[in-house]
Write a protein that binds this ligand. Structure first.
Ligand code: AMP
Ligand code: ZN
Length: 471
């Protein structure tokens, strides 16, 4: 089945197809700003994009997908962090890039084919600004900064549906468009392509035809996607907060410079919330992967949780959902073990259908909760009817394809159950034995003892697991 995805520009759900004759699907995903650990809100976006990448590979073949994700390693935030810590910018961004990579790996995200940095592409950005200056789409202000002239591009606002009046001084949107630079600009909606050097920037400045300075944020994605993927790409994605002004500005820069449509398809995933508010560094309501691992959760459960909600709907994050994810993973693990053993045996079993609905559900606008629903409906069905051993071998192949698409690595470490101290596992063993002997009074008393020590037992037919109690 073809992959269908909501397109933020046309507001329609459309099929994804490579547009170039070489059949390569060109995919650009705006990456992180590397000045602190990414939080799991950021990772919601990256995990959703990872599922997309995996589906593209299943659809077009591994060799026919080109995935680029940038690293923003120079901007106000990165420079401020380096200044506050009295360290060179490159040292700070290198540290946080390494952490980002480690977290991506723990969350089983495939590495992009290219991961360009803004500081590694100054020349490409200057070249693009130069073209925009020559074509009359940009102007140099008195201080040496260069701005994009929004009125020179009639298509401005098509993606975000912003209208002129919404960009008037004082409006909320105008505030989002670099209010700090307002004095230098000819018009409030114009945005910086090149920022003239200021004392606060330290030595983070480069030469340009307009004087020393640094690129504005938006130009890096236009310049790097042009260099690595060409003038027209097939899919451009990011979190919904990037839709305006970042992506609107990317379209303006790229289309004015290149004279052809920039992206065939735009996809924006929604935010992860905590208590109804966007998880963000500025609100300080964030969780990092390390914090959740320290609480005993596995990175795979974090990945699972981030996929529990429809990517185009906001998702409220709770620790309870992580507990649910851990137990869902446990069921998947035990099912896969059963499949493996059954596949080799000759004992006849009863009927089982297959997982035919799971991947098509994912391919239908990345409906991850729908795919989990289809998967578990099938699993329950199999549990109640049994397996054909001959069928189990086929099911295993199908099941592994689903795990690949969702990026669920069932062999990844599971910290919680293993980290129970010896006295807790002894109590658990006693309780399990009491339960098997149908001594329910003793089993209940032992459950209370475990709870008092901060542990709970999850019972299944064939055994149990230990979980730390929710705090
Ligand atoms: P940043 O590092 O701030 O540039 O953000 C990296 C990516 O994370 C962008 O695509 C953002 O849209 C996305 N993002 C930021 N906060 C959240 C959130 N709470 N939920 C989902 N995605 C987010
Ligand atoms: Zn970008």
């Amino acid at each position: 089945m073809p992959i269908k995805l909501h397109d933020s520009l046309s507001r329609e759900t459309r099929e994804l197809r490579p547009s170039q004759p070489d059949g390569v699907f060109r995919f650009y995903n705006c990456g992180p700003t590397v000045y602190a650990p990414a939080h799991i809100g950021n990772f919601r976006t990256f995990v959703v994009n990872d599922v997309l990448r995996r589906l593209l590979e299943l659809e077009f073949g591994q060799a026919k997908v080109r995935h680029v994700r940038n690293l923003t390693d120079v901007d106000d935030k990165t420079i401020r962090r380096a200044r506050e810590e009295g360290r060179p910018l490159a040292e700070v961004t290198k540290q946080w890039t390494a952490k980002f990579h480690a977290d991506c790996q723990a969350l089983n995200c495939l590495a992009p084919h290219d991961e360009p940095t803004a500081t590694g592409h100054i020349r490409e950005q200057v070249d693009m600004i130069d073209v925009l200056m020559k074509k009359g789409n940009a102007y140099r202000a008195a201080d040496g900064s260069v701005y994009f002239k929004v009125s020179s591009f009639p298509g401005y606002g098509h993606l975000s549906r912003v209208h002129e009046r919404e960009l008037q001084p004082g409006s909320a949107l105008a505030g989002k468009v670099h209010a700090a630079d307002a004095d230098e600009k000819e018009d409030v909606s114009d945005f910086a392509l090149w920022k003239a050097h200021k004392a606060d920037d330290g030595n983070n400045a480069w030469d340009s035809p307009w004087g020393r300075g640094r690129p504005g944020w938006h130009i890096e994605c236009s310049a790097m996607s042009k260099k690595l993927l060409g003038d027209t790409i097939d899919l451009h994605t990011g979190g919904v907060d990037l839709l305006f002004p970042h992506h609107e500005n990317e379209i303006a820069q790229s289309e004015c410079c290149n004279g052809v449509p920039f992206a065939k398809h735009w996809y924006h995933s929604e935010h992860l919330l905590v208590d109804g508010k966007k998880m963000s560094k500025s609100l300080g309501n964030l969780y990092t992967l390390d914090e959740l691992v320290a609480k005993g959760f596995s990175p795979m459960a974090v990945r699972y949780t981030l996929l529990m909600g429809h990517p185009r709907k906001q998702l409220n994050f709770t620790l309870d959902s992580l507990h649910a994810a851990e137990s869902a993973l446990k069921s998947l693990r035990s099912f896969r073990n059963t499949l493996q053993t059954t596949a080799g045996s000759t004992t006849p079993g009863k009927g089982a259908k297959d997982f035919a609905l799971v991947i098509p559900t994912l391919e239908d606008d990345l409906n991850t909760p729908g795919a989990f629903g289809a998967l578990f409906r099938e699993l329950n069905q199999i549990h109640s009817t049994g397996l054909f051993p001959a069928h189990a071998a086929e099911l295993l192949i199908e099941f592994d394809k689903i795990l690949f698409a969702l990026g669920l690595d069932l062999a990844a470490p599971v910290p919680a159950a293993k980290s129970a101290p010896a006295e807790i596992t002894t109590l658990a063993e006693k309780r399990w034995a009491a339960k098997q002997a149908k001594d329910f009074a003793a089993a209940d008393a032992l459950r209370k003892e475990l709870a008092a020590a901060g542990w709970t037992m999850l019972d299944r037919k064939d055994g149990y697991s230990l979980e730390p109690l929710k705090k």
